[in-house]
Design a protein around this ligand. Structure first.
Ligand SMILES: Cc1ncc(COP(=O)(O)O)c(C=O)c1O
Length: 486
């Protein structure tokens, strides 16, 4: 966390407006402590297609900033932009004319929409289901759990192969019950960047007559171009029988400015159940395709402009460069003693672990050495690891990244004060055994969480969270956030 923003007093609304210069100076200062994505050293969170495409996207975004997608009868431009974007994505995902979709504000909204559609579809076609269930591999994104919570659906978790990270198809088959409304798989899963066996799962979905959503939020666009370029990509799209919906984010590997994603359905009949209309109050009739109602036209125009500026050729150049860089980085990491990449990543996202170093200490060191790699926690047989998502904007810094990583590994090895994960685990177990549900404060102390901000180094807090059972870790994360925001 940026300690400068922490100590800056909170704003009160000035009575007289400030000058433009003062405002932009302040805005610049606010982000002085952010990790700089522009340098290409932030290996996640942002997707940078290069200066020229970005300029075009930003200009288009600003032109449509105030257009409102709430009502496309008043803003036909919004209808045009959305139908064009869905049509482009439908072609990439090899959907036929029956395939339809919507634009949403991101992967999470696309997933919420797909789950809501599945629940309503089940209400219409399987009215006996009163306690809906969703079959969800443990490698699927947390947004599905959020959807379960929001829509009152029971997540039925299934396992994965801890070497390949593929969802376990037999476990999925066995988890389906009379109450199953949806099966989920990923192309690829975020954590290790591995595509699930979509064909086999599609077969199960068909046999059991259950809807099947493929989460292509990160992979939908990038993998489609890889396939068109002749890479060996397992089928994950609408050519696979049994797949009934796919999410594909434009604000990730289509490089569009945030917030925009697409969710596509095998048929209008399914999409209908995503929609919400309301005319039972004194207001205007509400006709919403997704979660949002009022929405800026900026992301739509930004995405449309960017995709037309790059064209297929532009995307192919990007994908080739990113895949080359990813290969170098994966090989380079595997060549560093003590580090190993997990599984066999299918595109440009992956994670690596260490069998002898505390990976959270390594994350801190890498950050001090100028790079950001994202910590991911231990899950079952999957060790804690660092995640990397490559994109065009990070493809030129592979050598620097590997040098920083080697330096960081040496530094952690040489640091006699480095936090020992096994010792932290023992301390956490001890506190939980002694204090039970009342261990919260002691755990927060142990993690170094103080009021008003994150500790400067994250290794300790990450090590403690890693050692906690899921529910307690989630509670600690939410209560921490609850304190940090006004
Ligand atoms: C596979 C996958 N699905 C869904 C999401 C959620 O997307 P968003 O952050 O755009 O809501 C992500 C985000 O990284 C993801 O990787």
């Amino acid at each position: 966390m940026n300690h400068e923003t922490e100590s800056t007093p909170l704003a009160t609304l000035p009575f007289e407006g400030q000058t433009k210069a003062a405002i932009f100076e302040a805005l610049d200062t606010f982000r002085s402590g952010d990790v700089s994505w522009r340098s290409g050293r932030m290996l996640g969170y942002t997707y940078n297609p290069g200066a020229d495409p970005m300029e075009v996207a930003h200009e288009a975004y600003m032109q449509y900033l105030t257009e409102n997608g709430l009502d496309w009868t008043v803003f036909p431009s919004m209808h045009k932009l959305e139908t064009d974007l869905v049509h482009i994505v439908r072609e990439l995902l090899r959907g036929d004319e029956a395939v339809v979709g919507s634009c949403t504000s991101g992967g999470t909204e696309s997933i919420l929409c797909a789950v809501k559609a599945a629940r309503e579809y089940a209400r219409a076609h399987k009215p006996h289901i009163t306690q809906p269930e969703m079959v969800l591999p443990e490698t699927a994104h947390g947004a599905f759990h959020k959807a379960c919570l929001y829509f009152g659906i029971k997540p039925v978790m299934t396992g994965y192969n801890p070497q390949t990270f593929h969802a376990d198809v037999d476990a999925i088959r066995n988890a389906i019950t009379e109450n199953t409304i949806l099966i989920v798989a990923s192309a690829p899963g975020y954590a290790q960047g591995v595509i699930d066996p979509i064909r086999e799962i599609g077969q199960v979905a068909l046999e059991r007559g259950v809807l099947f959503h493929v989460d292509g939020c990160v992979g939908g666009i990038h993998l489609s171009f890889m396939r068109r370029m002749g890479h060996d990509v397992p089928d994950f799209d609408f050519t696979v029988p049994g797949v009934t919906s796919i999410s594909a984010d434009l604000h990730k590997y289509a490089y569009a400015p945030k917030n925009i994603s697409c969710v596509l359905y095998r048929s209008k009949e399914i999409r209908f159940h995503q929609y919400f209309s309301n005319r039972r109050n004194t207001c205007y009739a509400l006709v919403n395709p997704g979660v949002l109602s009022t929405k800026s036209g900026g992301p739509y125009a930004g995405a449309w402009a960017l995709m037309h500026f790059l064209g297929e050729a532009g995307y192919r150049r990007i994908v080739e460069k990113v895949q080359d860089a990813t290969r170098l980085l994966v090989d380079g990491i595997n060549a560093i003693e003590g580090l190993r990449v997990l599984g066999n990543p299918d595109m440009c996202m992956f994670s690596f672990t260490s069998d002898d170093l505390n990976i959270f200490e390594l994350a801190d060191r890498i950050r001090l050495n100028g790079f950001y790699m994202q910590p991911q926690f231990t899950h079952g047989e999957t060790p804690a690891n660092l995640h990397i998502s490559m994109n065009w904007g990070t493809s030129d810094v592979v050598d620097d990244g590997l040098a920083a990583l080697r330096k960081s590994v040496d530094e952690v090895r040489a640091d006699s004060g480095a936090i020992n994960l096994t010792a932290v685990r023992a301390q956490v177990q001890g506190l939980l055994a002694d204090l039970g549900p009342g261990a919260g404060d002691a755990l927060r102390d142990l993690a170094g969480i103080t009021e008003g901000g994150l500790p400067e180094r994250m290794a300790l807090i990450n090590s403690v969270i890693d050692a906690l059972p899921d529910e307690l870790a989630e509670h600690m994360l939410s209560s921490y956030m609850n304190e940090v925001f006004v």
